[in-house]
Design a protein around this ligand. Structure first.
Ligand code: PMP
Length: 344
């Protein structure tokens, strides 16, 4: 595999081919095998590296991008970092429009990767000219030879997972995978992975993960937009308050919703039990897997692949902060013990 060459030409060659790691402790009491696809292993620390690279390279193939062209996206999170990284290596300008809720740390990370960051007011409607959507659209319209990634509404998002993540899971399990558990935000990962695996074997079950406070599960079941389902929640990147066209609901068998508190504890548990330092949505994926297990989805012949979207380093001020957990009231009923600090 190219990944194991001694010298790679640049970080982009390290995107994808992430490892599949067996869970040894957390799922010991369950029937079946449980394997995690650890996307924090990508050079930009999340699965968004895959979509950033694919969308930019498609634009190159179409002749839209030339040296010095500009790539634009609306995000403070993983996608922004990945797009900035791809642009740095390929010699494009990167503009990211983020909302003012993004922490200074996150904005600093994007800046460190050479991006030009526009911080837009958070509490304006999406159609307000100051919103980050509108700012991105305007900059795209005003900038010649620019590409707008637009991950929620871009079919190349799921195509990147159809071409990479899906085949990797199939090959790594030698076609033995029976279930995948995947978080849905834009829906790119679950749609691409789900489509590929179901084409290989229609019996594979594609199990979605949604958040309490998001519309996706209800929409999947009823095809109706029920805004009663909407309320604020803390897990970033999971669920949505609109229906992204990047999601192919037909390849998803079922959704399970998870609570902020449970997902946070599960992420901490992945760290201290399995040595896997992952993000908030990885905890959500593990929690959903436990809920699916309780509902009888798995048996001794199951080979379950959990896609863990990103690395834990981006969550030090949230789920890995005891103070933050305390403030949320997440320690009221349960506490997974982590390490200790003693000042000498
Ligand atoms: N986890 C994290 C941390 C994310 O940033 C995202 C992207 N919004 C997701 C999960 C969901 O992945 P997707 O957008 O492919 O549905």
């Amino acid at each position: 595999m190219e990944k194991h060459q001694r010298i790679v030409n640049n970080v982009l060659e390290l995107i994808g081919d992430t490892p599949l790691i067996r869970l040894n402790k957390i799922t010991q009491h369950l029937s079946g095998q449980f394997l995690v696809k650890y996307e924090g292993y990508n050079p930009g620390h999340s699965m968004k590296d895959r979509i950033a690279l694919h969308i930019v390279e498609e634009a190159e193939r179409r002749g839209v991008l030339k040296k010095g062209s500009t790539v634009i996206e609306t995000t403070s999170g993983n996608t922004g970092f990945s797009v900035a990284m791809v642009c740095l290596i390929k010699g494009y300008n990167c503009i990211l429009a983020v909302n003012s809720k993004a922490s200074e740390g996150k904005i600093g990370m994007l800046k460190a990767m050479g991006a030009k960051v526009y911080v837009c007011p958070a509490h304006v409607s999406a159609d307000d000219p100051r919103s980050y959507y509108e700012v991105a659209k305007r900059l795209h319209a005003e900038t010649a030879d620019s590409v707008y990634i637009n991950q929620y509404f871009n079919s190349l998002n799921s195509e990147s997972h159809y071409l990479s993540t899906g085949p990797e899971i199939w090959e790594q399990t030698e076609g033995k995978v029976t279930h995948v558990v995947v978080a849905s935000g834009t829906g790119g990962t679950i749609s691409g992975v789900g489509k590929y695996l179901k084409e290989k074997n229609p019996n594979i079950k594609v199990l979605g993960v949604d958040a309490y406070g998001s519309l996706l599960k209800k929409f999947h079941e009823t095809k109706e937009l029920d805004t009663n389902e909407l309320y604020p929640y803390r897990i970033e990147g999971l669920g949505k308050n609109l229906i992204p066209s990047a999601t192919n609901f037909e390849v998803i068998d079922v959704f399970e919703k998870v609570k902020d508190e449970d997902a946070a504890h599960r992420a901490r548990e992945l760290a201290v039990s399995e040595g896997l330092f992952t993000g908030y949505t990885s905890g959500a994926v593990l929690q959903a897997t436990m809920q699916y297990a309780d509902k009888g989805y798995f048996d001794k012949d199951s080979m379950v692949v959990l896609v863990l979207p990103d690395h834990g380093s981006r969550y030090m001020e949230k789920i890995y902060s005891d103070e933050w957990m305390q403030e949320q009231g997440f320690f009221d009923s349960q506490k997974v013990s982590s390490g200790e600090v003693e000042y000498v």
